[in-house]
Design a binder for this molecule. Structure first.
Ligand code: NAD
Ligand code: ZN
Length: 362
């Protein structure tokens, strides 16, 4: 057996680690990309006070799920006025980090449409110019701070694009659990379950390797142990740090495997049924796990490490866990008929991510 594990992101995790930004920036100037509430929540001040005069511009209007309609103008403005900045700093959840990944890839014309044309081919390309990225996640989380890809949505055409280049790996991730204390329960659950989904999806994955599996098992256990307790004690720095650590490990796992069937299903649930990403990619996990069990001995062993006891009981345990944090696990709970869900699963199995699932027909 041989395998390669690769992740080039310099990751710093802790409480108060935002203070290390100047060390990481090494004198370079930075453009900050964040979400509108970051200012009133005090998150923006926390970062700008550390940056001082190294901060040369900001984009504060990132909305959840970056959409082509909003990105076009933001992209044009960024390249018109901030062409000379050295680094983009993303402060926020997956939406801010993915927006920054779209901004960091420059086209010859500085027009976003040209980037979209390249993305719609689905093939890798060499960008005309790029910026470096430092990601500071404020959710725990998408793991986008340690992955090279971004999801770009087109709500009008009900489709999604995937940006994935060697150049879109963040240079550094600064994961400061203190920036997560303001997260409401809803986003805490959504982003926490996204992390759980990344961990499990990297286990029942054709691209899994022993390192990704070790990260994934540890991440899944930590989410399951921490999330319910955190929901009763949202101001605990120790519990926030534990979720941040779980999300980072899940990110490290799926940065090498990509996701699988539950994520493949999620895109349609988000685009057509409006479900937040973290719910859309987690409510089917028990169903997907039932399909994964018994196919691959390494996968079974990893799931046993997480859920213990009798593997046949694991999907039921996971379902119970999801319900305990307020997430329903049937398609019908989200207004999807049996006929539509059957079609959705078949389409998802045939999707790029669906084909990573060990239970998909090769
Ligand atoms: N690139 C990847 O590897 C990857 C992986 C998973 C998900 N994603 C993408 O990430 C997006 C979802 O990201 P997300 O779940 O982090 O949510 P998000 O970034 O969309 O943020 C959700 C909400 O949380 C609020 N918020 C964020 N941080 C906060 C804080 N500290 N305090 C209070 N409110 C806060 C924001 O205002 C926003 O309204 C989706 O678009 C998904 O496609 C990307
Ligand atoms: Zn996800």
């Amino acid at each position: 057996m041989s395998f390669q594990y690769y992740n080039p992101v310099a990751s710093t995790l802790g409480c108060g680690v935002v203070d290390k930004l100047p060390e990481i920036l090494k004198g370079r100037n930075a453009f900050l990309v964040t979400f509108p509430e970051a200012r009133s929540l005090g998150l923006m001040d926390r970062v700008t006070s550390v940056l001082g005069s190294q901060l040369v511009g900001t984009e504060e209007q990132v909305q959840p799920n970056p959409d082509v309609a909003e990105l076009a103008e933001t992209y044009a403005q960024f390249w018109r006025y901030h062409n000379d900045c050295d680094v983009i700093i993303a402060l926020g959840g997956g939406s801010a980090i993915d927006t920054a990944k779209a901004l960091m890839v420059g086209t010859k014309t500085d027009r976003f449409d040209d980037l979209l044309t390249l993305l719609s081919t689905g093939k890798p390309f060499v960008p005309h110019k790029t910026k470096r990225l430092i990601a500071i996640p404020t959710t725990a989380g998408t793991g986008s701070e340690v992955t090279p890809w971004a999801t770009i949505w087109d709500r009008v055409r009900a489709k999604k694009y995937s940006l994935h280049l060697d150049e879109t790996w963040p240079e550094a991730a600064v994961i400061d659990a203190e920036l997560m204390l303001t997260l409401p329960a809803s986003v805490t659950v959504q982003s926490g379950l996204d992390a759980l989904s990344h961990a499990l999806e990297s286990i029942w994955n054709r691209n899994a390797n022993p390192i990704s599996r070790a990260f994934a098992v540890s991440a899944a256990r930590e989410v399951i142990d921490t999330l319910p307790v955190l929901l009763k004690n949202m101001q605990s720095k120790a519990l926030r740090l534990s979720m941040a650590s779980a999300a980072l490990k899940a990110g490290m796992a799926f940065s090498n495997t990509k996701t699988a069937l539950a994520h493949s299903i999620s895109y349609e649930m988000t685009l057509k049924h409006g479900l937040p990403h973290g719910i859309a990619c987690s409510f089917t996990l028990p169903m997907v796990m039932s399909r994964a069990i018994g196919i691959d001995a390494d996968c079974d062993r990893a799931l046993l490490d997480i859920f213990g006891g009798d593997l046949k009981a694991a999907p039921g345990k996971l379902e119970q866990f999801l319900r305990s944090v307020g997430v329903q696990t049937e398609f019908s709970d989200y207004g999807v008929s049996e006929e539509e869900s059957t079609r959705m699963v078949l389409t998802a199995l045939d999707g790029v991510r669906g084909k990573n699932f060990i239970g998909a027909i090769a």
